[in-house]
Design a binder for this molecule. Structure first.
Ligand code: TZP
Ligand code: MG
Length: 212
């Protein structure tokens, strides 16, 4: 059994990595203290996505960390992961919830208060909000201000995570905003020492919560 804890939400990107190196980095992130993990693989065939989901799931289970699959309810259900994450152009939250059932985790990306309230009302368990900073991981994304992040936190009673360009050096802008945690891709995935980066980011994310 796992605990849902969005304090340090690690999101994958295997671009340019061998499968071995990718899985090694996933393991390092969990070893360092990532509390939640999302498989987010945009350029994969369905078969590859399922293959990776099985592999990552078996690692995450050893750490009792729930695995969320990005975009693909079918992959989440096929592999039996703990949850799915949908964006504004993916399956609506209400339908993802219906397919996933009441017990699995459904997360959503939202950039406005209206989107956030809608996702909550349709059954989302948590929200990702951003990008807070420019990011090369999701090139088409537009920035979300910290004011909007704060407004979203006030508008919904579910955990809200900040995402986008976040790293060890730039979390100060989040101080005092009642987020539940941070989501990072590059800060761990592209780190020379992913385990240490995850460890440091977990501490920093906890510190943000202590300052609330
Ligand atoms: N959604 C908004 S920004 C982003 C996603 C998936 C990518 C975040 O990646 P990074 O490398 O942590 O900036
Ligand atoms: Mg999506």
């Amino acid at each position: 059994m796992y605990t849902f804890n969005p304090t340090l939400y690690f999101i994958t990107d295997s671009t340019g990595l061998s499968e071995e190196e990718f899985l090694y980095r996933v393991e390092c992130a969990l070893d360092g203290g990532a509390t939640l993990i999302q498989l987010r693989e945009k350029d994969r065939t369905t078969r590859e996505y399922i293959h990776l989901a099985y592999k990552v799931h078996s690692i995450a289970r050893r750490y009792n960390v729930p695995l969320i699959v990005d975009d693909r309810v079918d992959v989440a259900l096929a592999v039996g992961t703990e949850g799915v994450h949908v964006g504004q152009t993916d399956m609506p939250v209400s339908i993802a919830r219906k397919l996933m059932g009441p017990d699995r985790i459904v997360g959503a990306t939202t950039k406005t208060v209206t989107q956030a309230v809608e996702a909550y009302e349709q059954g989302a368990d948590y929200l990702g909000v951003g990008a807070i900073y420019p990011t090369t991981t999701k090139v088409k994304t537009v920035l979300t201000t910290t004011d909007t992040l704060r407004d979203i936190c006030a508008a919904v009673p579910i955990p809200v995570n900040a995402i986008g360009g976040l790293n060890k050096t730039n979390l100060d802008v989040l101080t005092g905003i009642p987020i539940a945690g941070i989501c990072v891709v590059s800060a761990i995935m592209k780190s020379d020492n992913p385990c240490k980066s995850a460890h440091d980011l977990l501490i920093l994310s906890k510190q943000l919560q202590n300052k609330l």
